[in-house]
Design a protein. Structure first.
Length: 160
C-alpha cells in the first residue's frame, strides 16, 4: 500500500556520506520536530535526475528554507558513496541531504518501489516529492512513470 497524506512516515534507517565515512540516520531522527522536503529519484547520475530534478532543489533551496523548510533530503536506492559523489558533483554542499536507501527498505515501506529491471537498474524508487512535518506526510506528489512534472522544487514551493 502506498503511503498517503496524513500517514506517519515508516521507521527506517538511511545512510549518508559524512567526512568520516558513511553514517546512519533514522527516519525518526530525520523528521522529528522538523519540516522536511523530501524528493526521491530512480537513480543517481541518471539523466532526468541529474539534469533536472536534483538541480531544481539545489537552485530553490534558499526559497524552500525561507518558507519554513528545515531540511531538504534527496533519497535514492543507491549506496552512500554514490549519493555522496553525486551530491558533490552536482554542487549540493549543505543545501541537500543526500540519503542512500541502499537496499530499498524505506522505499518499499512507503510503497513507492519502481521495477526498473528491464532497463538494467533493478528495483528502484519511483520519482516523487513529499513534505513531512514532524513525521507526518503533509503533501505527496508521485510522478507517472517516465514523467517529471509534479515533484520538482518549483511544485513544492507552490504548495508551501
Amino acid at each position: 500500500m502506498t503511503i498517503q497524506v496524513g500517514d506517519k512516515v515508516p521507521s527506517a534507517t538511511l545512510k549518508y556520506l559524512s567526512p568520516e565515512g558513511p553514517k546512519e540516520i533514522t527516519t525518526d531522527d530525520l523528521f522529528r520536530g522538523k519540516k522536511v522536503a523530501v524528493f526521491a529519484v530512480p537513480g543517481a547520475f541518471t539523466p532526468t535526475c541529474s539534469q533536472r530534478h536534483l538541480p531544481s532543489y539545489v537552485d530553490k533551496a534558499a526559497d524552500l528554507k525561507a518558507k519554513g523548510v528545515d531540511t531538504i533530503a534527496c533519497v535514492a536506492v543507491n549506496d552512500a558513496f554514490v549519493m555522496g559523489a553525486w551530491g558533490k558533483e552536482r554542487g549540493c554542499g549543505d543545501k541537500i541531504m543526500m540519503l542512500a536507501d541502499g537496499s530499498g527498505d524505506f522505499t518499499r515501506a512507503l510503497g513507492l518501489e519502481l521495477d526498473a529491471r528491464k532497463a538494467g537498474l533493478g528495483m528502484r524508487s519511483q520519482r516523487y516529492s513529499m513534505l513531512v512535518e514532524d513525521g507526518t506526510v503533509k503533501a505527496l506528489n508521485i510522478e507517472a512513470p517516465g514523467k517529471y512534472e509534479v515533484s520538482a522544487a518549483e511544485a513544492m514551493l507552490k504548495g508551501l
